[in-house]
Design a binder for this molecule. Structure first.
Ligand code: AMP
Ligand code: MG
Length: 347
């Protein structure tokens, strides 16, 4: 058991001494959780096989689920990527730093532990000052999956990291909450059409403005085989049983009221994940609004913390409303499908 040290750090003006302590831990092969604009990352030296192994062990992450490598400057890509696929240059100029992860053919120097044996490496540049300064100060690219126990909702604040990883990692940099709240979009440019392997913080529509047509990996549909190893696992899951209700909003509300009443009368404690537009409508259950349907960023940024909140409240059942799949809504719905284990009611 490690002693996990948690320190507060100002995201707009991070103290160099604190960055330096964290960077030293990374260089020595240890693990540091840090904030990014998407979710908290669990960072280790991406070029160190043993550090990668420690990340898998701390998270209980399946061995075949590769890590995303984080860089602070485009120059660092030369050390890890064999070549830059067509279109990637423009995307990096426009969207980095930001919630876009791109696949590259990996250099032999990148340990196979980091990429779970694949010959590609996933890379992004986070849009967060603490993350960028940590990577720069460490002097190595940092492999950083979400800083949660595998399968649990991703952490969007330091308390959520501590809840899962206390005693399993060396340090947590507490830089406040993560503004986007869902993980990065993972993009594969190796085929004839750009393919989204995981919808995320950068909307498909934004990529299409630059690349023209972009497809979503058909393997992301329930029961299919996704191309990105991580997408096949049950994920983001609260402890409560979760049901997602999809369809026109009015019918969602009616269905959830009905379900909640039935569940409560059979003795189950029910949590309802509503939206700003519907929160007043429910006569039963513990109702929490996840955000405003007209502003999906309010929803993505709250999503994981509310799943954890329902667990802390001890509900047995979560009934969640579906939202539009436009913009960030696609990533939100992908997380909700998985959190619900594809337990979906269409109304
Ligand atoms: P996490 O860091 O926990 O957000 O998960 C990283 C995601 O990126 C997982 O879904 C991985 O499967 C995906 N990923 C990372 N590297 C690769 C790769 N080389 N090829 C395909 N998907 C990848
Ligand atoms: Mg994750």
């Amino acid at each position: 058991m490690l002693k996990t040290r948690m320190v507060a750090i100002d995201k707009d003006n991070p103290k160099p001494q604190l960055i330096d302590v964290a960077a030293k831990i990374i260089r020595a092969g240890g693990l540091v959780a840090f904030p990014t604009e998407t979710v908290y990352g669990l960072g280790g030296n991406a070029m160190d096989e043993e550090a990668a192994a420690k990340i898998y062990a701390a998270k209980g992450r399946p061995q075949d689920n590769p890590l995303i490598v984080h860089i602070h400057h485009i120059k660092e890509l030369e050390d890890i990527a064999e070549e830059v696929p067509p279109g990637a240059d423009r995307l990096m100029k426009i969207f980095w730093p930001g919630p876009l992860t791109i696949l590259f053919r990996k250099k032999p120097e990148v340990p196979s532990g980091t990429t779970a044996g694949l010959d590609t490496v996933a890379v992004r540049m986070p849009d967060h000052r603490i993350a960028l300064e940590l990577i720069k100060s460490a002097g190595v690219p940092i492999a950083a999956p979400s800083a949660n126990i595998s399968g649990r909702p991703s952490p969007t604040c330091a308390r959520d990291v501590l809840e899962d990883l206390d005693g399993r990692i060396d340090m947590i940099l507490d830089g406040g909450t993560c503004p986007v709240g869902v993980e990065s979009t993972v993009l594969d440019l190796s085929g004839p059409v750009p393919l989204i392997l995981r919808p995320g913080g950068l909307p498909k529509e934004e990529l299409e403005k630059v690349l023209g047509h972009v497809e979503l990996d058909p393997g992301l549909l329930p029961g299919q085989k996704p191309r990105s190893p991580g997408q096949k696992y049950r994920h983001y899951a609260p402890r409560a049983r979760m049901t997602l209700v999809e369809g026109p909003v009015e019918r969602q509300v009616a269905e959830i009221i009905d379900l909640a009443a039935k569940l409560e009368s059979s003795g189950r404690k029910v949590g309802i994940m509503a939206t700003a537009q519907t929160r007043q409508r429910y006569p039963v259950g513990t109702v929490i609004s996840v955000g405003d349907r007209k502003a999906p960023l309010t929803i993505s940024s709250n999503l994981f913390s509310i799943l954890r909140k329902f667990d802390r409240l001890g509900v047995d059942e979560i009934l969640a409303e579906g939202i539009s799949k436009e913009g960030l809504g696609l990533a939100v719905m992908n997380r909700l499908y998985k959190a619900a284990g594809y337990n979906i009611i269409k109304v």
